[in-house]
Ligand binder design. Structure first.
Ligand code: C2O
Ligand code: CU
Length: 691
């Protein structure tokens, strides 16, 4: 083990065992024994993410690095060159904003605006993929209340990795109601964003993000800062706190047990400040609290603490033990999150607590015209452990259909395995019931995420307003990124008339293709004219530099040429089926992709789609033109000997079946049982080729 690592773990272990903190006169004593995992390392200045304001916002997600340990560099992701995390976006309610999101990673990403009420096509869920190198520019009107929201990647099955690497950022919405209140709002001075998370490091000082194994970090990070300290003025200070963890929950409080006042939940202000000395904050949830430092002398210190020791089983991060997958160096401990050094008050301090904040109008259970129950069930292996009602998330399956404008009551029932943090897109809701007792005061506000303890259930009421779409779905899921990636997610459509959505033969409503380009008679005619002609000789190399000679390939077995437009979602979808053909027929057929891209773009496409067949980069469209193919997701079947047997100008489940039958016939094999589930029912031509 490298010296650094040994030192690092020894440091934590020592602090854990003896609870001695040379940096601090403070030791936490209310926790378990051993008590606080406070460290002996020097405090670092808390990083405050920069603000961006206006109507047009540019975000670029890229690779970065941060020196978290002396002499070490940890690879990270950040937006706009942040070394971890990203800038804070400030939106004004009622404004129409545009955000240009550039993906500078070499993998696809998405950006979801967590908590925001906007059309599903701009929501940034798994369907709004931004390819490596591409820019996505959604525009929407800001409709939410003033509050603290956030943005983060949401790509199917890679959310944990990208969040773990540091991708994310806060959104502050301002509105006239909040603006009239005498509240602290000098960002970075008396209005402080705190993004809570933790990371585990491997021996090479890099973050680990292997699913269930790395759900808990060993070291706490606030705004990406290890061992942070901040100077705050001796007056009322506002903390905007986000739990941006992979799975860990927090029970927050101050080291002297002082009271603080909750002023906002996920979706904005509560009616009046709620006095508290502890509050639970689970993954995805935000709170805004006011802390009164006016009685503290400049020079005094107090710590924001995680009082996570001795939680009931099922509290995420409460499990005892130090080793993965279920343990970590922070588990079942009370530990310091942030050292606060009290400084002199500012020129215009807030010294009073507003008695009232706003007047929220919530719906009650009696307003609901529809009820739904979602069951969180454990039945799979690690990393695929949980699903709603035994159905893993599937990109093409619609799990629920909601009528636009309906008020609904959703009950989330959790089995006895573990706690989960449920989140729904599109709406803010009101929690109306919990099975384990009354809804606590600190949850009497607008919420988009809620904790469901092990063996318990909770019911919320919400209204699905404004945005109907037959083609773009909203997500609901457990916000623990390892659970979400593992399939504990579903999607719903909000539509004008649910009766217009027809289930397929298996009773499932499929998500309609957004870009459905019909196959034109001209395309079919061009395709037909080619049948029986000799295939143009292809002399090319695949991406690995291996020569691909069509004439030679087609000597003994059929060849399927699959034509791909690099940005076409249909050819992305189709890649999976051509991959299956290639695997199933093995030596009996060659599948070769032809893509209108340079080698590097083609390599990225392979990475993103997981396509398992050789690919020819054809940036100048030479092959594509030679074969007179006009749009992507089409295929040409070359018979042994080199004559074109059949041309399919698009794809659908039926076409794929027909292609497979032809391959079987030409190769003298029996067609394998291939499922083309989720392939479109009607033929889809793909997109026109562009350079
Ligand atoms: Cu914060 Cu679906 O996510
Ligand atoms: Cu979960």
């Amino acid at each position: 083990m490298p010296v650094k690592q040994t030192f690092r773990l020894a440091t934590i272990a020592l602090a854990t065992l003896v609870a001695v903190t040379p940096c601090s006169a403070q030791t936490a004593t209310t926790g378990s024994s051993p008590s606080a995992a406070t460290s002996v390392r020097a405090f670092q200045d808390l990083w405050i993410p920069p603000l961006i304001t206006g109507k047009t916002f540019d975000l670029a997600l890229g690779k970065s690095s941060k020196s978290l340990w002396p002499g070490a560099t940890t690879h990270t992701y950040g937006y706009n060159d942040a070394r971890f995390w990203g800038p804070t976006l400030v939106f004004e309610q009622g404004e129409t904003v545009r955000i240009n999101v550039k993906n500078n990673l070499d993998e696809p990403t998405t950006v979801h605006w967590h908590g925001l009420h906007l059309p599903a096509a701009t929501d940034g869920g798994p369907h709004q993929l931004i390819a490596a190198g591409a820019t996505w520019s959604p525009s929407f009107t800001v409709r939410n209340n003033a509050g603290t929201y956030w943005y983060h990647p949401h790509p199917h099955e890679s959310t944990q990795k990208q969040i773990a690497m540091g991708a994310g950022g806060l959104i502050i919405i301002r509105d006239p109601i909040e603006a009239k209140l005498a509240l602290p709002r000098a960002y970075g001075v008396d209005d402080i964003p705190l993004v809570l998370t933790s990371r585990r490091f491997n021996l090479a000082d890099q973050f680990t993000f292997a699913g269930d194994n790395d759900k808990y970090g060993d070291f706490s990070l606030v705004n990406g800062t290890l061992d942070p300290k901040v100077s705050l003025p001796a007056q009322f200070v506002r903390l905007r706190i986000l739990n941006a963890e992979i799975e860990r929950g927090y029970q927050l409080g101050f080291s002297d047990n002082r009271k603080f006042y909750l002023i906002a939940t996920d979706g904005g202000l509560v009616d009046k400040p709620v006095p508290l000395s502890r509050i639970k904050l689970m993954v995805g949830e935000r709170i805004e609290i006011l802390v009164d430092l006016s009685g503290d002398k400049p020079g005094a210190t107090v710590d924001l603490m995680a009082y996570n020791a001795r939680q009931p089983f099922g509290f995420p991060g409460g499990e005892p033990g130090r080793s993965p997958p279920n343990g970590s160096y922070l588990n079942n401990l009370d530990f310091r999150l942030l050292r606060v050094n009290v400084a002199a008050p500012t020129a215009a301090p807030i010294t009073k607590l507003p008695p009232e904040l706003t007047r929220n109008k919530f719906w009650s259970e009696a307003d609901a015209t529809e009820r739904r129950t979602l069951n969180i069930l454990r039945f799979g292996p690690p990393n695929r452990e949980f699903a709603f009602d035994r159905k893993y998330y599937d990109m093409h399956t619609v799990n629920h259909v909601v009528k636009l404008g309906a008020v609904e009551a959703w009950t989330i029932v959790n089995d006895r395995t573990f706690g989960h943090s449920f989140h729904i897109h599109d709406v803010q809701f009101k929690i109306v019931a919990r099975s384990d007792g009354p809804v606590p005061d600190y949850e009497q506000g607008w919420k988009d995420s809620l904790y469901i303890p092990r063996g318990q259930s909770a019911t919320f009421v919400t209204r699905f307003d404004d945005f109907a779409s037959d083609t773009d779905a909203f997500m609901y899921h457990c916000h623990m990124a390892n659970h979400e990636d593992g399939g504990l997610m579903g999607q719903f459509l909000v539509v004008n008339d649910p009766a217009t959505l027809k289930p397929d033969a298996s009773g499932v409503i499929r998500l309609a293709d957004r870009a459905r380009h019909a196959i034109t008679p001209a395309m079919t005619a061009t395709a037909d004219r080619q049948v029986g002609t000799a295939a143009p000789p292809v002399e090319a190399t695949d991406l690995a530099g291996k020569p691909l000679r069509l004439a030679a390939l087609a000597q003994k077995r059929p060849v399927v040429l699959f034509f791909i437009e690099k940005d076409c979602p249909c050819s992305r979808d189709a890649a999976k089926y051509f991959g299956r053909l290639s695997v199933q027929y093995g030596q009996n057929c060659s599948v070769v992709g032809v893509i209108n891209a340079d080698t590097e773009t083609a390599r990225n496409w392979v990475k993103e789609t997981g396509a398992g067949f050789p690919l020819i980069a054809d940036p100048k469209l030479e092959l594509i033109n030679a074969y007179r193919v006009t749009s992507s997701a089409s295929s040409i079947l070359v018979a042994p000997g080199g004559a074109i047997e059949k041309v399919f100008p698009g794809y659908s489940a039926t076409i794929l079946g027909e292609l497979s039958a032809n391959v079987a016939r030409l190769s003298g094999t029996t067609p394998p049982a291939l499922s083309f589930d989720a392939a479109p029912k009607d033929p889809t031509s793909g997109c026109a080729f562009s350079q």
